[in-house]
Design a protein around this ligand. Sequence first.
Ligand code: ATP
Ligand code: MG
Length: 397
Amino acid sequence: MSYSFGTSASRGVVSKLLSAGYEAVFVGGAVRDLLLGKEASDIDIATSATPKEVKEVFPNTVDVGIQHGTVLVLFEGEPIEVTTYRTEGTYSDHRRPDEVTFVRSLEEDLKRRDFTMNAMALSLDGRLIDPFGGKQDIDKRLIRAVGAAEERFKEDALRMFRAIRFSSVLGFAIEDSTCDAIELLAKEIEHIAAERLKAEWDKLFLGKEPTRAFEYIHDTGIGAHLPAYPETFRAASCLHGPFQTSLEGWATLMMTGDLEPLQLTRAYKMSNTEKTFLRSIQEVLQTREAQFYSNLDYYRWGEQVLLAAEAIYQCLHPDKPFLGPNEIREKIAALPIRSKQELAVTGTDLLAWSKAKGGRWVGEWLDTIERAVILGDCRNDSEEIKGWFLHEFTRQR
Ligand code: ATP
Ligand code: MG
C-alpha cells in the first residue's frame, strides 16, 4: 500500500533535500494521523542532512531549535520544520537528554521516539517505514512504548503522561506492559516541569475520551504525583467531554475535584486569562448554588463562562434543573446592551442634564444607569434615560 501525503510545500522541501543527495521523510504525529484518517496538525520532516547542510539547501531558514537539530524552512510561503536524524545521548535527570547526537540513520532516529504509533516515517513516494509495528498497534488501538517501557520512561518521565494524554485524544488503550511501567515509575513524573505537563493536559482535555485518561491516572497511581491533582479523585461522570476548550476541562477538574483556582493556576503557571476564567467559574457556581442567573449575571459573565459553568453545575447536581446552551445564548442575545459603550448616553449627557459640576459621581451614575438598563428598569433610549436619571438624581440629592 502506498500513501499520498503532505502539502505542496512540505513535499517540495522533501524533494529538494532528496535532490541534494540527502535522505528526507515525513515523521511523527502527522504520519500517525494519516493512518488514522485524521487531519494532521503539523507536518514534521526528518532528514539525514545536518542543520548546516539543510541551511545550504534552502535560502530562507530560521534557527528555531538548532541545538536540537531543528531548522524552520520557509518554502512557498509556508514554514516547514526540518529536523536532523538524531538520538538523545544519556538522561541523567529523567527529563532531558544531556546531549543530542546527529545520526545518519532514520532507524536510529525512530528508536528514540516515544510510542510505536509515533515512530513511523513515510517516504515521498508513499512507502511506510515502520520498524516497531506502529501500524499494527494503531489497528489494535494500542499505545505501546518503543522498546522497553521502563527504560524509556526513566529516560523521560513525561512520556508516561503523554501516553495518558494520547489515550484521551485517540481513545486508545495503553498496552499492558507500558501501563505497568507507568504504575511502577509514577513518582518520576515529579521531575517534569509544570509547563510541559500543562501542554499535555490541554491536549488531554480536548481529546475525545478524557474519562479514559482519568481512569489511567487513577489506576496507575500517577495522580498522587501530578501537581495539584485532587486527592482521592476518581473521574467524575462529567469529565467525559468532549470539552469545547481546554479551559472548560480545567474548570471541570477544579470544581469536581474541590480545588481552589489558585492551586491550579500556581501549580501550572497559568496565564492571566486562564486565572480569570477559573476564578469566574468558581464565583458563578457559588451564585448558581443559590439561584438561576439574573440578567446582570448574563451581562457580566457572558457566553463562554456561563456555558462552561452550567455544564459543570449539571455534572455536580445531575438531579437538579439546568439551563441548556441555547437558553443561555438566547438570554444573552436578549440583553438590552452588551457593554457600557452601547449605552445610549455618555458622561457628557449627564453633566448637561444635571447642570452639576463634574466628579466621581458621573462614572458612578453611568454604572447605575447601566444596571437599570440591564434590569429593564429603563429602556436604552436617550430620552427615557434622561427622564429616569433626572428623577432619580434629584430624588437622591
Ligand atoms: P500532536 O498531534 O498532538 O502534536 P505529536 O505526536 O505530533 O502529537 P508532538 O509533541 O508534536 O506530538 O511530538 C512530535 C513527535 O516527536 C512525536 O510524534 C514523537 O515521535 C516525538 N516525541 C515528542 N515528544 C517526545 C518524547 N517526550 N519522547 C520521545 N519522543 C517524543
Ligand atoms: Mg505534533
